[in-house]
Write a protein that binds this ligand. Structure first.
Ligand SMILES: Nc1ncnc2c1ncn2[C@@H]1O[C@H](COP(=O)(O)OP(=O)(O)OP(=O)(O)O)[C@@H](O)[C@H]1O
Ligand SMILES: [Mg+2]
Length: 310
């Protein structure tokens, strides 16, 4: 659905992206991640034919985004980083206007405007001036605009930025449901959101791709180790000394609270030592009230890949 080949974009004095290549297949929901200034918005702007690349190629549904941009854009709904809405138009009027620019007319146009208003929950503000909308509602109107011509691909640049937690949840659910019928490329800094919605993640750093895989595989591959938490009454035993003897344990720190030893155990990556710790506790007659493993998260992956060489 998206094909990017050796794409490079240079601004005066800055190479925003260099030699970027990736593909997004039909039906995928791909999270496009990277630190501030990594080149996410630049890539998305090129894909939406908003500006040309310096070199390399990009196509959408087989249409070159530069030489065949009209046809490429028929397949694409784009939500830019800062949504450019017309403040002095009313919501319905704006969506009709944008729909007509995208080639819709008559009954089809009226119909699609109604559908996207429902879908993006902006029906209750349909007659309001856009300038008077709250940020969250503007974001939803932007999303409705991106969807109005029924594109099969959505490119969303930080769709939940500036939204409150309830709205973030609503937009996340909306994206998930859109993912059933659309291909989606989505940039965000909320990594838990990516873990919940995306089937694949592309991480870019300084204009280059650092990783491209499922969230699960990325989390499984990193060097960052997990942590096991144990809370126990250990009598006269020194839990640190005993737990440290278990193979796979890197280090143990302990904190005493109300007679309970709270141990935080760093373990080697991809190991689960809960069973060994449980057996030790039984053998030593410890009273255990918590035994949990905290896994590495996508945030750990992100930090490892984009901070390592700073
Ligand atoms: N119009 C421009 N002129 C000059 N430099 C630019 C322009 N737009 C972006 N840049 C630079 O290109 C680099 C990539 O910017 P880009 O906006 O693509 O990053 P991003 O990954 O979207 O970051 P963020 O997470 O902050 O949105 C940055 O160094 C930025 O300063
Ligand atoms: Mg950006």
């Amino acid at each position: 659905m998206i094909k990017v080949e050796q794409l490079t974009k240079k601004y005066p004095g800055v190479t925003a992206i260099s030699d970027l290549s990736f593909e997004v297949g039909k039906g995928e929901i791909v999270g496009f991640l990277g630190p501030n200034g990594a080149g996410k918005s630049t890539t998305m702007r090129i894909l939406s034919s908003f500006m040309p690349a310096t070199s390399g190629r990009a196509s959408i549904a087989g249409h070159d985004v530069f030489s065949d941009s009209l046809r490429a854009r028929m397949h694409l709904g784009y939500l830019p980083e800062s949504v450019p809405l017309y403040g002095d138009m009313r919501v319905s009027e704006y969506l009709r206007y944008r729909g007509s620019l995208k080639g819709l007319s008559g009954k089809k146009l009226r119909n699609r405007v109604e559908v996207v208003k429902e879908l993006c929950s902006v029906k209750d503000v349909e007659n309001q001036l856009i300038a008077t909308l709250s940020k969250g509602y503007r974001q939803r109107v932007g999303l409705a605009e991106a969807l109005v011509h029924e594109p099969d691909l959505l490119i969303l640049d930080e769709p939940t930025i500036g939204l409150d937690p309830n709205q973030i949840r609503q937009v996340r659910e909306l994206i998930k449901s859109l993912g059933e019928r659309h291909t989606i490329l989505l940039s965000t800094h909320i990594l838990s959101e990516v873990e919940m919605t995306c089937s694949r993640v592309i991480i870019i750093h300084r204009g280059k791709i650092e990783a491209s895989d499922t969230p699960e595989n990325l989390v499984g591959q990193i060097r960052t180790s997990g942590t096991v938490k144990v809370e126990a009454k250990t009598g006269s035993d020194d839990p640190v000394q005993m737990i440290e003897k278990i193979p796979g344990v890197k280090n143990v720190s302990v904190n005493m609270e109300d007679g309970w030893q709270q141990c935080s155990i760093r373990v080697e990556a991809n190991s689960d030592l809960r069973e060994a710790i449980f057996r030790l506790a039984i053998a030593r007659h410890w009273v255990v009230r918590e035994l949990t493993q905290e896994r590495a998260t996508l945030e750990d992956v992100f930090v490892e890949l984009t901070q390592a060489d700073d």
